[in-house]
Write a protein that binds this ligand. Structure first.
Ligand SMILES: NC(=O)c1ccc[n+]([C@@H]2O[C@H](COP(=O)([O-])OP(=O)(O)OC[C@H]3O[C@@H](n4cnc5c(N)ncnc54)[C@H](O)[C@@H]3O)[C@@H](O)[C@H]2O)c1
Length: 262
């Protein structure tokens, strides 16, 4: 097995389950020293413990990405455990299915707080740490195909993911001089618990008749013929964390099996 990430200090937020967990396991398998961060601290510790059991390096931390003090604590934990911070995956996010005219002010604020403000806070605090270290670093944000196209009835979620793409581009322009690469991954339809939430929302809103119908409908035209598994994102995550991507910044890479062609 390749050990491209040997010794790199890497934080993954929202790594207590789903895409974040799978990416973190893949990064640890390539030698990364991981901080597994999640608002669900028990889930984070369980993932970290699983990585340690299979010979990898990981610590779990409870962190809410939308709370600046919590994020500062998460970064301090990475520095305490691994001496510095080289890479952060700002992956934590939430989704909600709501028809356009039903989105309340509170719905908007809740989704934007985690997906928009949470990414901004994590980027700011990680970049401050990387600049203080003086040897560059890598920021990788999880956006979405919903950050490339507006989807109904996920308008506020889509807006939050457009925000992630914008933050990625703006920070790439600002911190290239500091040798900080800022890129994003845009997954498509990934079979995780998040899609169960989205799918249930379709049924609750009367937009579909049965479980899994929305997931199947969204997946129907994928060029590679199947929805994504979290594993499909590990290769690009390792690439963006490694020196192989040192000359890339400001990009939002679509990894969706062929849904959004741009
Ligand atoms: N599943 C998909 O089809 C899909 C597609 C495109 C993009 N994404 C994005 O990928 C990322 C991960 O999605 P997933 O499918 O693994 O979701 P998931 O719901 O399975 O996992 C998300 C994790 O984030 C954690 N989390 C939620 N709010 C948090 C907060 N405030 N602070 C810290 N942790 C928090 C949750 O506890 C959970 O462990 C999200 O940003 C999501 O928007 C998912």
């Amino acid at each position: 097995m390749s050990r491209d990430l040997e010794g790199r200090s890497i934080i993954v937020t929202g790594a207590g389950r789903g895409i974040g967990e799978t990416m973190a396991r893949g990064l640890a398998a390539q030698g990364g020293a991981l901080v597994i961060a999640d608002i669900n601290g028990e889930a984070a510790e369980a993932v970290a413990s699983g990585i340690r059991d299979s010979g990898g390096k990981a610590v779990g931390v409870s962190a809410d990405v939308s709370d600046r003090e919590s994020v500062k604590g998460m970064i301090a934990k990475a520095v305490e455990a691994n001496g510095r911070l080289d890479v952060i995956f700002n992956n934590a996010g939430i989704a909600q299915t709501k028809p356009f005219l039903s989105i309340s002010d509170e719905d908007w604020r809740r989704v934007m707080d985690v997906n928009g403000l949470g990414v901004l806070i994590c980027m700011q605090e990680a970049i401050r740490q990387m600049i203080a270290q003086g040897r560059g670093g890598k920021i990788i944000n999880t956006a979405s195909i919903a950050g490339k196209q507006g989807y109904e009835p996920l308008a506020h979620y889509s807006a939050s993911k457009f925000a992630v793409v914008a933050l990625t581009q703006a920070a790439a322009r600002a911190f290239g001089k500091d040798q900080i690469n800022v890129n994003a991954i845009c997954p498509g339809v990934v079979a995780t618990d998040m899609w169960k939430v989205i799918d249930k929302g379709f049924v609750d809103e009367g937009l579909t008749q049965r479980d899994n119908q929305a997931f199947e409908t969204f997946s129907a035209d994928i060029l590679l013929g199947r929805p994504s598994k979290s594993d499909d994102l590990v290769g690009v995550a390792c690439f963006l964390a490694s020196s192989a991507s040192d000359y890339m910044t400001g990009q939002s890479l679509v990894v969706d099996g062929g849904m959004v062609l741009i």
